[in-house]
Design a protein around this ligand. Structure first.
Ligand SMILES: [Zn+2]
Length: 249
């Protein structure tokens, strides 16, 4: 039972080009966009450009030389199950930290978003593909978002890397009282400069204050689920937060 996490957990909440898009060049009805793009965030370029393994697996290809590589540029293939692999494309040259043949764990750092391959110069982004093995033995790209989040499907096939053994029962943590929704996974949390407040920025760009109880269970659920919160400190100011649209108003 394996699902995908975000390969760019600190990326901008503004979505990049969606899977299947045919309206943005060079994509067309005959050649739709076969992946999902992730954008970096101007609020924190260094961190938001980081790419991470969206699941544990075995690296089968890792390029770092800046060559074209059929348009993918510096791409990394991570085989997750016997029937699924992810391709993370357009990495900055020199940023790729993994090599073909090695194992990676969920969330291991892979590299940094770049503009190698079929990308306009300086339009750094991560292009994420999910390839699934078909019954006839060929591989086909599908929308990776279908395999993420609480309502997402599980990847077909057998995992190539065993899940970590469960912790001894004495160390079990309580489960979060509130279920983690799909939107939760897209929240960005931020603590402004010189402030003790934490705010949640929702995918639609609205913002709300996060109470202490919520923050505690979010931190707890981060440990339980292994999914790191997108959390920045000292990037925004209280004044900038005050200028953003409020949630639910
Ligand atoms: Zn793309």
């Amino acid at each position: 039972m394996v699902q995908l996490a975000s390969p760019a957990p600190y990326a901008s909440v503004t979505p990049g080009l969606a899977f299947g898009n045919t309206t943005v060049k060079p994509y067309s009805p005959s050649r739709p966009h076969q992946g999902k793009d992730w954008k970096w965030s101007v609020a924190n370029p260094t961190k938001s450009k980081q790419t991470h393994a969206p699941a544990a697996g075995i690296v089968k290809a890792a390029f770092n030389d800046g060559k074209w590589h059929n348009g993918w540029g510096n791409y990394v293939d991570i085989h997750i199950t016997t029937e699924a692999f992810t391709r993370l494309a357009h990495h900055e040259t020199g940023s790729v930290r993994v090599r073909a043949g090695q194992k990676v764990a969920l969330m291991d750092r892979i590299g940094t978003m770049g503009d190698t391959g079929e990308v306009k110069k300086d339009h750094d982004h991560l292009h994420e593909e999910l390839w699934l093995k078909q019954k006839d033995g060929t591989w086909k790209r599908v929308n990776p978002d279908l395999y993420r989040g609480p309502n997402g499907k599980h990847l077909p096939g057998k995992p190539l890397v065993a899940a970590p053994a469960p912790k001894p029962s004495g160390s079990q943590k309580p489960t979060p009282a509130t279920p983690i929704t799909e939107e939760d996974e897209m929240l960005e949390f931020t603590r402004p400069k010189k402030s003790k407040n934490v705010y949640a920025i929702h995918p639609d760009g609205t913002v709300r204050h996060v109470g202490k109880a919520e923050w505690l269970w979010r931190r707890a659920s981060e440990k339980i689920t292994g999914r790191k919160l997108a959390y920045t400190v000292d990037v925004l100011t209280e004044a900038e937060i005050a200028g953003m649209p409020k949630r639910g108003k």
